[in-house]
Design a protein around this ligand. Structure first.
Ligand SMILES: Cc1cc2nc3c(=O)[nH]c(=O)nc-3n(C[C@H](O)[C@H](O)[C@H](O)COP(=O)(O)O)c2cc1C
Ligand code: SF4
Ligand code: SF4
Length: 277
């Protein structure tokens, strides 16, 4: 909750002007906040020139004293990042996982009540992995092996334009011969929230990307598990295992661990075309 230090505030209105829900106002000689309308975005704290605002009393840190990455360092980190699909059977230090979790709050978001669940219990990960594997297989048999299901998918499926024979072979190959679901990751990090809030899943994935880059900087590997959000995101048993209440969903899942593969080259791959208008 945003707190106001009235001794420090000089009513300059910088915070009022930036507040995107217009829930701050100056009435007479007092700054007020209509708290139920506050999204908790903290932009007001960031702009206050007098340090008069804080989040639950935690003093904001001046940006001037924080070292930011240079362009070269940032691009270096982006180039070094790769999806890890083989993890070492090795635990990840709690301190590193806490560092990843702290970066969630630094991501742009449209969902302010994200919860992070860090799953390190092997039995739980195995059960979730099995759930995902069964889900993928069920979908494969129903829609890809079964000619009627395949015709239906091509005609009416949400991604019907992307469904074709090559796609069918791709799914077959990855199920029968490709890497295993969850890739033996020792830790799963899940972001949960209300799926009906606009841009909930996109927001969760921005937070996930902060964790991905932080993992890279800490020598860890990670893999976004889009399959998991599809196959156990709203599953009842998964909810039970993870203690997720009915009004929330798993919006994004990240596999984390020490990589068992060493990437030697920076590869930019199929670069998207850029059009200048
Ligand atoms: C939204 C999203 C969902 C993804 N889901 C999966 C997944 O379920 N399994 C997987 O192995 N990789 C998944 N990935 C990782 C991509 O396959 C990977 O980023 C891509 O192959 C490019 O490789 P790179 O990350 O090494 O550059 C996902 C990536 C995104 C952005
Ligand atoms: S920006 Fe800071 S000093 Fe200015 S009105 Fe808001 S709280 Fe007061
Ligand atoms: S946290 Fe965001 S929404 Fe809330 S008062 Fe500050 S600027 Fe406005």
């Amino acid at each position: 909750m945003i707190r106001i230090d009235r001794e420090k505030c000089n009513l300059c209105r910088n915070c009022v002007d930036i507040c995107h829900t217009a829930c701050m106002s100056v009435c007479g000689d007092e700054l007020t906040i209509d708290y139920p309308l506050c999204s908790t975005c903290c932009q007001c704290i960031a702009v206050c020139p007098r340090g008069a605002l804080s989040w639950d009393g935690a003093e904001p840190r001046e940006l001037k004293g924080i070292e930011t990455a240079t362009y070269q360092q940032l691009v270096g980190l982006l180039k070094a990042r790769r999806t890890t699909r083989r993890f070492k059977d090795m635990a990840v230090e709690r301190e590193k996982l806490e560092k990843l979790c702290r970066t969630v709050k630094l991501a742009p978001t449209n969902i302010y009540d994200l919860e992070v669940i860090v799953v390190g219990d092997k039995a739980v990960i195995d059960e979730l992995g099995e759930m995902g594997r069964k889900g993928i297989r069920r979908m494969y048999w129903l829609f890809y092996r079964n000619p009627l299901g395949f015709a239906f998918l091509k005609r009416f499926g949400r991604f019907s334009r992307a469904v074709n024979d090559i796609d069918r072979r791709k799914v077959f190959n990855s199920i029968e011969k490709g890497s295993t679901n969850l890739h033996g990751a020792p830790v799963l990090i899940m972001l949960t929230g209300d799926p009906w809030i606009g841009f909930a899943r996109i927001s969760a994935h921005y937070a996930l990307y902060n964790m991905i880059l932080t993992a890279q900087a800490l020598g860890l590997g990670s893999c976004i598990s889009g399959n998991s959000t599809i196959f156990f995101g709203r599953n009842k048993r998964a909810r039970e295992l993870l203690g997720i209440p009915g009004d929330r969903s798993i919006l994004a899942v990240l596999e984390v661990g020490y990589p068992a593969v060493r990437f030697r080259h920076s590869v930019e791959g199929n670069y998207p075309a850029v059009r200048w208008i």
